[in-house]
Design a protein around this ligand. Structure first.
Ligand SMILES: Nc1ncnc2c1ncn2[C@@H]1O[C@H](COP(=O)(O)OP(=O)(O)OP(=O)(O)O)[C@@H](O)[C@H]1O
Length: 793
């Protein structure tokens, strides 16, 4: 450990030294270029003389390029950031210029004579007594060109180069085809090179050997860890193909015993159930029911050789987080001036109106927020606070305000807060908030931008602290924008292996842009029944994580990730945070209120330590949707504008949300707080969301957990299970299970050589018929039915 630390600090030191050296080199080059460009002193004149001799009158351009390059070096920008076509375009134009400038006036000179003459005049050129024109390079090129094409031809070449340069700079398409052409031309050369390059071959062989050795070492370590886990888990065996530390839900609805999972006999694929995944014996059958789009994504996302590959094994070291430039710049600030003028006016009027109604008070502060201005009014001694609250309608009328909200008194202060809408609303831009994320949140992957409070301070939320969030508000109040801003914040700050998302979208339209983001742990779920099952999967996932934690002797996800850092030899996989977002809870409650409530309760009670967080949004803040159980377990709340004080109470346990203005105006009560903060939500447009999704989806494809892929299949099998007694194998399977007292899908698969979906359906039917018990996560199902012999006894 100590060694590792020392190594790390030495590395850091070396990195720092290297960075300092880069700065020194860059500064030296810039200084020399300036001195040379201005031809100051001996150094300046000599340097310019030499550069002019080589590049001719382009020496200024050379200096400019050196300065730009040095600055780029300091800013750690690479030339790769500039599209090649621009570099090429500039290069070709400079070439054209250098040739044109070197064409001699004396056209009797031709071919190498031009070059010889330039060499002869070298001293005069160096002293600056003769114009350098295109310099040594130019002279050489013109000699070559006049030799090959004469003077007329040379001018044609120059013209062609100018056109080519302009095309490269101004158009995109010709370049692409040129690139392809270039690649084709280079191909034979590359083939020749690879044939001839024996040394390279040797190097490759060595690399290959090293890779194989590494793989063998890794395999050995995996086996060691696997053995360890098997002993620790007793009856629970992680499948050979699932690496320790990963969570797989292949058998979420059935058990798996040690023997059955150890010697896995490949099962013949059933053509009607396993249409398109070669060698797949698990994630099959139900895929044909999937919609075309989902089917394609699933086809793309399931590994061809190993259907169990979990997302967590992907390498995202080269993954780049989206740049801030994908977000739009905040709007102009001139609206603020109008708001300031209006606030001064309203403040004065407010005191006047209070005075008219016999309330003596002074204005102590005015806070102009993005959509609301808050006046802090201090009543004189002897004035009852609720006298001000009672004047709400009079104040509203006097100020001609759409709606006002009165905080009497402001918690923790001896003044009353009166909030009135601004004359002009300022949109809170996502870019502004993401740019100003405080240093203390720098490493927080679950951070999201929420908006700005009335003081103009940026408000952020940390999901891992919340740990679950309820968002409610009437339709059109800004919930979807808020949920989008949370998702985009996560996409902008976390790599796909750091935070996983499960999106439930019963409205079917809200989460369409995210369908291909690599952070998804399962397809976007639009069906209520599937969502219900998905929550159960999450519950099991959470239980499995707890098992891993107990194996590692840690208490939570942070502890587990620290443990695997400290024990690299165990080859455990880092666990990502999982954020489950349900866009409309009411639709889920319609389907299976009790089950959904049960799952939410379990997740919210336990998932914090497991790194699983739930965000639940609804536009129906009624007690049958936001039930007591849900409310009790989701401590952080956001209320957008609602139609009545009752709704506000249902969400926040306090009034106030009925006075909100809509358009992202919210009351935010984070965990542990009782006082709601008024926040103007950050606005993220559809274009911004799309740009970010495109950026992340281009880099990787989502790899879904198998359990989520099976949700629809399970639905189908559930629906049809009553009829599955007609399966010709039913009686045989039933007999087998009663005899062996083992009810496991994988066992039935092997024993009867059937595909996964059919085996799972049979098990479900057996469960419905009361022959086997329900799934118990990782424990085997109970077999209820007794054999004839047992009954006799
Ligand atoms: N933070 C914000 N800043 C400015 N305008 C906003 C903000 N949030 C929402 N709006 C405006 O309000 C409109 C409705 O927002 P949104 O679609 O998020 O409402 P909603 O509560 O999700 O509605 P529904 O429940 O019907 O889907 C948006 O189109 C947008 O113009």
């Amino acid at each position: 450990m100590a060694k590792a630390k020392t190594r790390k600090s030495t590395k850091q030191k070396q990195k720092l030294e290297n960075e300092i050296l880069v700065y020194i080199y860059a500064l030296v080059l810039i200084t020399l270029s300036i001195i040379g460009g201005l031809q100051i002193g001996f150094i300046g004149e000599t340097t310019t003389g030499i550069i002019r001799y080589v590049f001719g009158n382009l020496y200024g351009v050379v200096y400019a390029l050196v300065i730009i390059g040095s600055i780029a070096m300091m800013l750690k920008k690479s030339m790769k950031d500039i599209p090649v076509k621009y570099l090429l375009g500039i290069g070709v134009l400079l070439l054209a210029w250098i040739i044109a400038a070197s064409v001699p006036e004396d056209t009797t000179l031709k071919g190498m004579d031009i070059f010889s003459k330039f060499l002869k005049d070298s001293m005069l050129v160096l002293k600056g007594e003769i114009a350098a024109k295109g310099g040594l390079i130019g002279a050489f090129l013109v000699s070559l060109s006049t030799f090959l094409f004469d003077y007329k031809g040379t001018w044609i070449v120059v013209g062609a180069l100018v056109i080519l340069g302009l095309i490269l700079l101004l158009c995109g398409a010709p370049f692409a085809s040129m690139k392809a052409m270039g690649a084709n031309m280079v191909k034979p050369f590359q083939t020749w090179k690879s044939n001839g390059g024996q040394r390279k071959q040797k190097r490759n062989d060595k690399q290959e050997q090293r890779r194989r050795e590494k793989e063998a070492r890794e395999q050995e370590a995996r086996e060691r860890t696997q053995q360890k886990h098997e002993t620790m888990l007793g009856k629970i065996s992680l499948d050979d193909r699932v690496k320790p530390g990963q969570v797989s839900f292949l058998d979420i609805d059935d058990d798996f015993d040690i023997e059955s999972s150890k010697e896995h006999i490949p099962v013949e694929p059933e053509p009607e159930e396993e249409p398109y995944i070669p060698n797949s014996d698990v994630v099959v059958g139900f895929h044909e029911h999937k919609k075309q789009d989902d089917k394609r994504i699933i086809e793309e996302t399931i590994g061809k050789e190993d259907t169990f590959v979990s997302e967590f094994t992907q390498d995202f070291s080269k993954y780049k987080l989206p740049r801030l430039t994908l977000l739009k710049d905040p709007g102009k600030k001139n609206k603020n001036m109008n708001n300031i003028a209006a606030a001064n006016d309203s403040g004065r009027k407010l005191i006047e109106i209070l005075d008219e109604f016999g309330v003596k008070a002074t204005l102590v502060a005015t806070h102009i927020g993005p959509s609301v201005t808050k006046f802090e009014v201090k009543p004189d001694l002897g004035v009852r606070v609720n006298k001000i609250s009672n004047l709400q309608n009079d104040i509203k009328m006097a100020l001609a305000a759409k709606d006002i909200r009165i905080e009497a008194p402001i918690p923790g202060k001896s003044s009353v807060g009166i909030e009135i809408p601004n004359v002009e609303k300022t949109t809170v831009s996502m870019k502004e908030l993401m740019k100003n994320v405080p240093e203390k949140y720098a490493d927080s992957k679950c951070l999201f931008a929420l908006g700005k409070d009335l003081m103009g301070n940026c408000v952020y939320g940390e999901l891992n602290k919340m740990p679950h969030l309820l968002i409610a508000g009437a339709t059109g109040s800004g919930k979807s924008v808020c949920v989008n801003s949370i998702i985009t914040s996560i996409l902008m700050r976390a790599k796909p292996d750091e935070v996983k998302l499960l999106l439930v979208d019963p409205k079917k339209v809200e989460f369409t842009p995210y369908q291909k983001v690599p952070h998804l742990i399962g397809p976007v779920i639009t069906d209520g029944e599937e969502a219900n099952r998905a929550l159960k999967v999450i519950v099991t996932m959470m239980d499995n994580r707890y098992e891993l934690f107990s194996m590692a002797g840690v208490r939570n996800i942070q502890g587990y990730n620290a443990y695997l850092d400290a024990h690299p030899e165990e080859q455990l996989q880092r666990l990502p945070w999982i954020v489950v977002i349900i866009d409309e809870l009411a639709d889920l409650m319609l389907v299976a209120a009790k089950e959904v409530e049960g799952s939410i309760q379990r997740i919210t009670q336990l998932a914090r330590a497991a790194g699983i967080h739930l965000i639940v949004a609804t536009q129906r803040p009624s007690v049958d949707v936001i039930t007591g159980v849900i409310k009790a377990n989701i401590p952080s709340r956001i209320a957008f504008a609602v139609s009545s004080a009752v709704d506000s109470r249902t969400i926040l346990d306090q009034m106030g949300a009925e006075k909100l203005l809509g358009y992202g105006d919210m009351l935010y009560v984070p965990v542990g707080e009782t006082v709601a903060t008024r926040v103007q939500g950050v606005f993220v447009s559809d274009d911004e969301v799309q740009a970010i999704c495109d950026f992340v989806s281009k880099q990787a494809k989502p790899k879904y957990e198998d359990a989520f892929l099976r949700l629809e299949a399970l639905d189908n099998s559930m629906g049809s299970s009553g009829d599955d007694v007609s399966d010709p194998l039913y009686e045989e399977v039933k007999e087998f299970i009663i005899q062996t007292r083992k009810a496991s899908t994988s066992l039935i698969q092997r024993k009867f050589s059937i595909g996964y979906a059919r085996a799972a359906r049979l098990i479900d039917t057996l469960e419905e018929k009361g022959i086997v018990g329900p799934s118990r996560g990782s424990k085997p199902r109970e077999v209820y039915a007794k054999s004839e012999q047992e009954e006799m006894e």
